[in-house]
Design a protein around this ligand. Structure first.
Ligand SMILES: Cc1cc2nc3c(=O)[nH]c(=O)nc-3n(C[C@H](O)[C@H](O)[C@H](O)COP(=O)(O)O)c2cc1C
Length: 310
């Protein structure tokens, strides 16, 4: 059995979502937070709330940081450390042009000299278990191999690899051969990430790469939150059971978000995102009804109808 990690998804897997998922179904080894970054010299208050220990009680969380220099790396590492964390994930994979064009996320991969400087920084924080999340490159899938050579000089918790380049964003074919090269070249444990939607997908990666440490899943877990539990317990859930879990999570999220969001429009927008990756599970018509509900009242009645579809 491999470890299953919940991928960070900005706008989806916030502290509220992680608490509810962990409480209602869990079976996830670690939840990685969406990246924390420096904005006008400090951490955004939204990010501070997301990683504050009070909001993550009992949840196995690893904060993720994104940076383009040793200075940003040190600033963020020290802020996260002050909160009492002993593990930090380093984002070298984000493809969002706004970050990447400033050398953050996958935008750092063409700059081995900056990564070398970060590695010096990592060596100065022996009390922190660092992990890295990366892609095959920004433009070109040979970039990651140079970075892996550098990362081979230190000990990391693991390196999660999403086998696409930054310019591919989240679309286009996964480059499994590119992944294989990193899997073979890395002295650090490797975690696979990308396009895992079913137990069969998990098993096929396990079979191809028996030495991987684990599998990180993002959209597949959003669309079917019981996926890790089904894998660990060796038993597929029925559609009715999967939807029942989502409905329970929906109720928990509604309760929590209505305390912190202002007004029906904000609450409706937030709640809609919860179902975004569940078209396969809900089937097209009920899914469209939820996604195109237009306001909170229609949304709640579309969700209520889901109770009767299976
Ligand atoms: C909307 C969205 C937000 C994301 N936010 C982050 C993030 O904050 N940090 C990060 O490392 N990856 C982020 N990712 C990438 C995911 O963690 C993951 O690598 C990607 O979705 C591929 O895995 P999947 O196919 O299992 O979803 C994001 C992806 C999406 C679609």
């Amino acid at each position: 059995m491999k470890h299953i990690y919940f991928a960070p998804l900005q706008g989806y897997t916030d502290d509220v979502y992680r608490r509810i998922h962990n409480r209602m179904v869990g079976n996830v080894e670690k939840y990685y937070t969406p990246f924390v970054r420096v904005e006008v010299g400090s951490i955004r208050s939204k990010d501070t709330r997301d990683i504050s220990p009070a909001n993550n009680k009992g949840v196995p969380v690893v904060p993720q940081i994104i940076f383009n220099s040793r200075k940003e790396f040190e600033y963020l590492t020290n802020r996260v450390k002050e909160l009492g964390y002993t593990a930090i994930d380093l984002n070298m994979g984000c493809p969002f042009p706004l970050q990447a064009k400033h050398k953050r996320g996958s935008g750092i991969l063409p700059y081995p000299e900056t990564v070398s400087d970060i590695i010096e920084g990592i060596k100065g924080h022996s009390d922190i278990n660092f992990s890295v999340k990366m892609r095959l490159g920004w433009q070109d899938n040979s970039e990651a191999l140079k970075i892996i050579d550098l990362l081979n000089t230190i000990e990391l918790e693991h390196i999660t690899v999403h086998p696409r380049t930054g310019i591919q964003q989240y679309k286009g074919d996964i480059d499994i051969e590119g992944f294989q090269k990193i899997y073979e070249a890395s002295r650090n444990p490797i975690v696979y990430n990308g396009d895992i939607l079913t137990i069969d997908d998990i098993c096929s990666i396990e079979e191809k790469f028996p030495d991987i440490k684990g599998i990180m899943i993002g959209r597949g877990l959003l669309g079917c939150p019981s996926l890790a539990a089904e894998y660990h317990n060796g038993k597929l859930w029925s559609k009715a059971e999967r939807i029942a879990l989502m409905l329970d999570m929906h109720s928990g999220l509604m309760e929590e978000y209505s305390k912190i969001l202002k007004g029906d429009t904000q609450l409706h927008n937030k709640m809609r995102t919860f179902w975004e990756y569940s078209e396969e599970l809900l089937t097209r018509k009920p899914y469209k009804k939820v996604m195109k509900s237009g306001n909170l009242k229609n949304y709640l009645s579309a969700v209520a109808e889901l109770r009767h579809i299976y």
